[in-house]
Structure formats: structure tokens, C-alpha cells
Write a protein of this length. Structure first.
Ligand SMILES: Nc1nc2c(ncn2[C@@H]2O[C@H](COP(=O)(O)OP(=O)(O)O)[C@@H](O)[C@H]2O)c(=O)[nH]1
Ligand SMILES: [Mg+2]
Length: 264
């Protein structure tokens, strides 16, 4: 069993991508389980095979403990710890080759608190897994918001410690030029710096960011340096994304360290 964990800020398209990727994989004769890990979601664009809401439902937690939406979400993720072994058993009993994991809409309440990463590591323990972090096309189109999205992507990676593929979602909203521009910024820190300064970001901060980007992105043609574009609406890039995921899963966790960045 292999796990593909879909991550990204609220509204970045995690649930829709989980649905589209699972459908794409099934259309290519792969066996997929859809796991919804969001206790607060009201509606999903797919039918989950395993659903945490069967164990913990944020709406009920809200009513029962008289909490607001954020409090209920925090309490719900905390409660998931109690059920994660059962959820794991439910997933294992599906005997699928791949598990697509759709994570809570409110990523900050999941990835950056104490219990979210514990829930995830208990779920994934002993299995090969890859994370896909989504950057919303709307956020990627502007240099300063692309920079903050990249910082966020790296923060999540620090927290969850999974091999991570970063992908720009909703690519159907971008034309070819916009994609090339994003690709160029992400692959060329000096160019990114100049675009940030053009946008009136403090040059010292822009320079610090460019250096960080340079240090964080493995050099050359490595898998992780490549930006991917995907669309759940048009299906654009699903084949590339699957290929990248596959490479991570087959290469295992050593994959990213095969070509260490000579600057580090
Ligand atoms: N244009 C476009 N919109 C999308 C795409 N994927 C998701 N959306 C929209 O983005 C919004 C948030 O999507 P959702 O999957 O719920 O995001 P999540 O909170 O990260 O799970 C919804 O209104 C979707 O219709 C896409 O590939 N293209
Ligand atoms: Mg969602």
C-alpha cells in the first residue's frame, strides 16, 4: 500500500485534486482508496471509501462542546488520535494499492498544531508515502504571494517530514505565459529577486528569500526542483503528477538525498 497525502491551504483545491487524481488512476487500471481526513468538511467532490467523519464530526463536536468552528476543528483533530488505529484498519481492509488522503481544509489547524502530524504519522507508519502540496494558481501568479506560498510549503515539509512534491493547482486558470513565468521564478532565484523588488518588496527581504529558495531547492534537474501544474477541472498535468508521485514512492525516502545540494 502506498499513501499519497494531498496538502495545501484552505481552498487550494485539495479535495478536488484528490478526486481527480483518484479517478485518473482508476482510469489507468490502478486500485485506489479515497480517504477523507477532514472532520469538518460538509461536502466532498468524491465518495470517500473511508471517512473520518464516521468517527469524529466537527459539526457535532461544535454542538456538543459549544465550540466555534476553529475550536471544534482543533478538538476534532485531537480526538482523531483515539480513532486513528481503527481508521488505519479500515483503510488496510480495502486492500487497494494506493490511498489518496484528503486532508483538512484548514491546514494550519492540522499541520502546525501538535496532534495533526501525530495522526498522520500513525496513519502512514510503515508505508511508503508522498505528499503533494498545492499552491493555488491565484497565489502563484503574483511574485510576493508565490514567495509566501513557497515558504508555507517548506514549513509544512519541516513539520510533516514527508517527501513532498509542490504543485500549482487550478492550472486551467493560467495561460502558457503565466506558467512559464512561475517556472522561471522558481528555478531562477535571481529572477525571482528582481520580480519581488519590482513588486516593491523590501530588497533585503527579497534577497534573503532568494537565497533561501536557492538553498532549499535541490539543484539541477532533480525531481523536487521541478514545478508541476495540475488542474482538477481540465485534468491537465495529472499524468505528470502521478509520474512524480510514483518516482517518490518507488525511489523511497532516500530519493531526495541522492543528489545532495553541493551548497549545503
Ligand atoms: N478553476 C479551478 N477551480 C478549482 C480546481 N480545483 C478546485 N477548484 C475550486 O476551488 C475551490 C476549493 O476547492 P477544494 O477542493 O474544496 O479545496 P480544499 O479546501 O483545498 O479541499 C472550489 O470552489 C473548487 O471548485 C481546479 O482545478 N480549477
Ligand atoms: Mg477539502
Amino acid at each position: 500500500m502506498y499513501f499519497v497525502v494531498i496538502l495545501g491551504p484552505a481552498g487550494s483545491g485539495k479535495s478536488h485534486l484528490a478526486a481527480a487524481l483518484a479517478d485518473w488512476m482508476e482510469a489507468n487500471q490502478l486500485d485506489v482508496t479515497r480517504l477523507n481526513l477532514d472532520p469538518a468538511v460538509e461536502w466532498l467532490p468524491y465518495n470517500p471509501d473511508v471517512d473520518v467523519r464516521d468517527y469524529v464530526n466537527a459539526r457535532k463536536v461544535m454542538e456538543e462542546y459549544q465550540l466555534g468552528p476553529n475550536g471544534a476543528m482543533i478538538a476534532s483533530v485531537d480526538m482523531l488520535i483515539k480513532y486513528i488505529d481503527k481508521i488505519r484498519e479500515d483503510v488496510e481492509s480495502t486492500r487497494a494499492n494506493y490511498v489518496i488522503v484528503d486532508t483538512p481544509g484548514q491546514m494550519e489547524l492540522f499541520a502546525f498544531r501538535e496532534t495533526g502530524p501525530i495522526v498522520l504519522s500513525k496513519l502512514l507508519e510503515g508505508y511508503r508515502s508522498a505528499a503533494v502540496f498545492l499552491i493555488d494558481a491565484v497565489m502563484a501568479a503574483k511574485p510576493s504571494s508565490l514567495a509566501s506560498s513557497i515558504l508555507l510549503a517548506n514549513s509544512v515539509r519541516f513539520r510533516l517530514k514527508l517527501p513532498q512534491i509542490n504543485a500549482v493547482s487550478k492550472a486551467d486558470l493560467l495561460d502558457r505565459n503565466a506558467m512559464e513565468e512561475i517556472e522561471r521564478m522558481m528555478n531562477d532565484p535571481d529572477y525571482f529577486y528582481s520580480k519581488l523588488v519590482e513588486e516593491r518588496v523590501d530588497p533585503l527581504q527579497a534577497e534573503a528569500f532568494a537565497r533561501l529558495l536557492d538553498a532549499l531547492q535541490p539543484s539541477g534537474a532533480s525531481l523536487e526542483a521541478a514545478v508541476r501544474f495540475v488542474s482538477a477541472v481540465s485534468g491537465y498535468g495529472l499524468d505528470d503528477l502521478y509520474a512524480a508521485v510514483q518516482q517518490v514512492l518507488i525511489g523511497g525516502e532516500d530519493f531526495f538525498t541522492e543528489e545532495p545540494n553541493p551548497r549545503l
